[in-house]
Design a protein around this ligand. Structure first.
Ligand code: DHE
Length: 517
């Protein structure tokens, strides 16, 4: 009898869950699909899947559905839907898709669009130093501000695709910049003309982009689908799509792609398989050997057909997936964080294998690593996402040489060749309003800035000469604050809408040791 009741209640509960889900799906079809796509993959509005909504979950999502989004076309639904409907809808949007959707070359090509107002120029249309331009990503209303790096005057402010993430990538001459959104859109903007050129959707959920050494190719790392898309940077057409899978066919998300300038290649971090990929951007690249097979016909061991030339792909087998890289300045080695967040592994790109392992508990955020010379030796620093400290590592022998306690876990680090200081934010926890300034030689915190009580203060970028350091007040009614990089005094404050990353053209195209790549 008891069993019967239990079974009955399970059945009722099961049907309630199924019922709630189908109701939520009906609500989605009726109210959201027109803008966000029948499959939640985006349309005029962004994709609504957990992969792209990132940290916007549950109550935060419900609040956006209720109240809408200022400065966007997202309306408020509080007067159309009940609180229960809104909660059900938010839960539904937080659920992953049932299967990995496809996004083919034809889909990418069909998504390309170009700005009819854009006319190509051969020199800058402004007087400012084109190599000292700053881009500031304003995530509050999905815009980018273009600033003169000498006067900090605003030259332009343009709309970007929804939810830009990661560093924009510049053409080697600093003429063009490419900006990527989590929905996989890549926007091309002409800095000299101060105009958007066009955009293309290279994936459904993208991680970051990398520019090839010669500026001809742009690689887009995708979580959805499991691909790396290589675009022709000139016209945003598809040059190649790599389906990403290991030797045994297990597919993987690409967690990041980086340019290795000294190697004329892209290096890929794969999220789900124990391989690192290197893709050559050299048209004359040597053949890459994939491995050997036993040929019964010839009775001998034969090399598996290898790729060569442009986009030749090399697989480097590693002991476990690594998804966050720092490279040494010569790009001979990379150091990646292991999945358990407790150690890092060094992979030598020349011999193609792991050469060292070091204990780094507390989730090192190696993608934000920077390096400098200390006592004649190169060291690198990394923040930790889960511990209030910075680790200083010797690049010579990959040992941890020092640990600097901070006021909380940080996200980003920055310095400049001409600055004696490293700037480190405290992104998480009660002290998120603090910005530490650390002496590169003594490794002591020399000053902690707290420009706005209670506000998140994060991410720094220097101008090309290292005279000024620009800090984000990462709030919706935020600002950027310009500091004298020597005296550490505030020089100017410019209001902005939740400014996140800032990028100086010169520092980026010269791969300054003080910036992450
Ligand atoms: Fe980022 C860069 C991964 C969450 C803001 N972030 C990067 C890069 C990677 C990465 C691989 C380097 C790409 C590049 O510049 O080419 N980020 C991740 C994550 O895995 C993580 C932890 C989880 C996720 O949701 O993807 C993550 N990142 C965030 C945020 O929550 C941040 C703070 C806010 C946001 O906009 O999403 C954020 N990430 C940034 C910024 C950069 C970045 C501003 C560029 C830093 C730079 O100076 O170059």
């Amino acid at each position: 009898m008891i069993l019967r009741i239990a079974l009955l209640s399970l059945l009722v509960l099961g049907s309630t869950i199924v019922h709630a889900q189908s109701d939520a799906k009906q609500l989605y079809d009726a109210h959201c699909a027109a803008c966000h796509g029948a499959e939640r993959l985006g349309g005029t509005g962004p994709a609504l899947i957990p992969d792209t909504l990132s940290r916007m979950r549950g109550p935060v999502l419900a609040k956006v559905i209720s109240e809408g989004r200022a400065s966007t076309q997202m309306p408020a639904f509080a007067d159309k839907l009940s609180q229960d409907d809104i909660t059900a809808l938010a839960d539904f949007l937080g659920k992953p898709l049932a299967s990995i959707p496809s996004w083919t070359e034809a889909d990418i090509t069909a998504s390309r669009s170009f700005n009819a107002d854009y006319k190509a120029v051969t020199s800058p249309t402004f007087k400012a130093d084109p190599l000292n331009i700053f881009l500031v990503v304003e995530t509050g209303d999905h815009h980018v501000s273009v600033l003169d790096g000498d006067t900090f005057d605003r030259l332009d402010r343009f709309a970007t695709p929804f939810a830009v993430h990661g560093g924009p990538k510049f053409s080697p001459d600093g003429h063009f910049v490419f900006i990527m959104s989590r929905d996989g859109w890549v926007q091309k903007y002409d800095i000299w003309a101060l105009k958007e050129v066009g955009r293309v959707r290279a994936g459904l959920n993208a991680r970051n982009i990398a520019m090839s050494k010669d500026g001809k190719w742009l690689a887009v790392a995708n979580y959805l689908p499991h691909t790396l898309t290589i675009l022709n940077s000139e016209d945003l057409s598809v040059a190649r799509i790599f389906d990403v899978a290991d030797r045994t066919g297990v597919t993987s998300r690409v967690s990041a792609v980086y340019q290795a300038p000294t190697r004329n290649s892209f290096v890929l971090a794969l999220k789900d398989v124990a391989e690192i990929w290197e893709i050559s951007t050299d048209p004359n690249a040597e053949p890459v050997l994939e491995g050997y097979v036993h040929s019964h016909e010839k009775g001998m061991v034969e090399a598996i057909p290898s790729s060569q030339g442009l986009f030749a792909r090399r697989r480097i087998a590693i002991s476990q997936p690594l998804d966050d890289f720092f490279f040494d300045p010569e790009y001979r080695n990379l150091i990646g964080a292991a999945r358990d967040g407790n150690k890092a592994v060094v992979v030598n790109l020349i011999v193609g294998r792991e050469i060292a392992e070091l204990p780094l508990p507390g989730m090192p955020h190696l993608g934000s690593g920077i390096s400098w010379m200390r006592d004649g030796k190169r060291v690198m620093a990394t923040p930790h996402l889960k511990e209030a400290k910075l680790s200083i590592i010797s690049v010579d022998d990959w040992s941890v040489v020092a640990t600097i306690p901070t006021e909380g876990p940080g996200f980003f680090l920055r310095s400049h060749e001409s600055s004696p200081y490293v700037w480190a934010d405290v992104f998480f926890g009660p002290n998120k309003n603090a910005m530490h300034v650390i002496d590169k030689q003594s490794l002591q915190i020399v000053k902690t800035l707290r420009p706005v009580p209670g506000a998140t203060v994060a991410h720094v970028e220097f101008d090309r000469y290292g005279r000024h350091a620009v800090v984000s007040v990462w709030e919706d009614d935020g600002a950027i604050i310009i500091y004298d990089a020597k005296t550490l005094e505030e020089v100017r404050r410019i209001p902005m809408r939740k400014p996140s990353g800032k990028y100086n053209v010169f520092n980026k195209i010269t791969f300054s040791e003080g910036t992450s790549h």
